[in-house]
Design a protein. Sequence first.
Length: 498
Amino acid sequence: MTVWKLETEALRKEYPGTVALDDVSIQWEAGKVHALLGKNGAGKSTLVKILAGAITPTSGRILLDGAEVRIANPAEAFAQGIVTVHQELSLVPELSVAENILLGRLPMRKKLGVSVVDWPAAFEQARAVLDEMEVSLDVRRPTRSFGVADQQIIEIAKAMSFRPRVLALDEPTSALAHHETQHLFRLIRQLTARGVTVIYISHRLQELKHIADTITVLRDGRLAGRVEMADATPDTIARLLFGEVMRNNRPDDLKCEETAVFEVRHIGLKDHLFDVNFTLRRGEILGIAGMLGSGRTELLKALFGAEPFDEGEVRVGDETITAPTPARMKALGLAFTPEDRKSEALVQPLSIRQNLCMAAMERIAPTGLISRSREKPFVDEQVAGLQILISSAERPVASLSGGNQQKVVVGNWLNNQPRIVLFDEPTRGIDVQAKQQIFKIMWDLSRQGVSAIFVSSELEELLEVCHRILVLKRGRIGGEVDPAACDFNRLFALCLED
């Protein structure tokens, strides 16, 4: 008879005004890797926090081997053999490997009537855990002296020291290179061979066929379905993740010229980008599609000089650049709206006015004398043109909604009259109406001859907005798509294919 190691039965979690989990019943079998998927806000984190004892469900049950268990806090989760390794590592960098593996549980001995740490026993216990995982690390060395991949292994070793029956891994490969990921996969397979149930959360869908046995998908807080990895196709995964995808069409009058304004030649960036080549035309909106970890953000940062590339060159008009810097690319007419607008694009305590003027100070105050009267026409133009909803330009930009903050990011760069705008996830965390306004901004810029490179995790957005789409896979351009001749499922499949 099949033994199900872990089950959730009709789990529900309510918060004021929202339901994060709604009647979720899942079974995870022992000795297998079970991928848990879902878009942001689907309920994955809520479910894992319930299993980890960080939050309690409103209703429903958790069962281990058919028996209901109570998990009111992390200690009770540990006692039941359920351990979670979160995306943000919880290691103490200055402590040794052994101290991190046995944190809070170091063996003690009596010395002159006083309890002290039994260091030989601690090192032996830590080595025993690593030996069982077939990993060789110096348990006496400080954890900070190891790279990210080894620190991830130390975190898993810490989890394994609890002798878990269930191990939940939240985005374990997000900071790992390809060869480091393969090593982690071998380690995970060793654990499942010993009967450990592994719940594997990842946005890197292309890696699932190399590690997962089953796929379970949450959508809008509900169980969308479960499928065996051997039976999963890109169409199946897309249907479970996204349901029926509604697609709007790009305006018919949106044409781009054949004139090349930006050329990317043989760009390489260690562990991220490999021989990337493409051309951007005047007025073109060029989409970059790819799964998490494909190198999309690294590409835009490299093109803007925020993360200098190791090889290759870019050509802007008649200028060829082999070592771009943000200052030089800005002077050549490039603008960059980064993915993390709050920490990389805006200065939250400063006013809306100040944030709208930062990129264009040379135009606003060419003599270096800054005044509000000089800034006012630039602020007024963007507030009116982008329909930024504000009561006063002197209010902190942090007081705005996500959509209006994103418009401030764009308006700041438009004040510098760019020829090319690099958009990295410009619609993340904003509502549907604000998204449509961002799309309209891109289309209006295209009509003015301004070109754009648009990165988005929402593939339907790329199909709706762009003239052309490049598929980026593991740092390489893996294909080109005409949105008019491609549907969502096909684009999703192209992103997944090796």
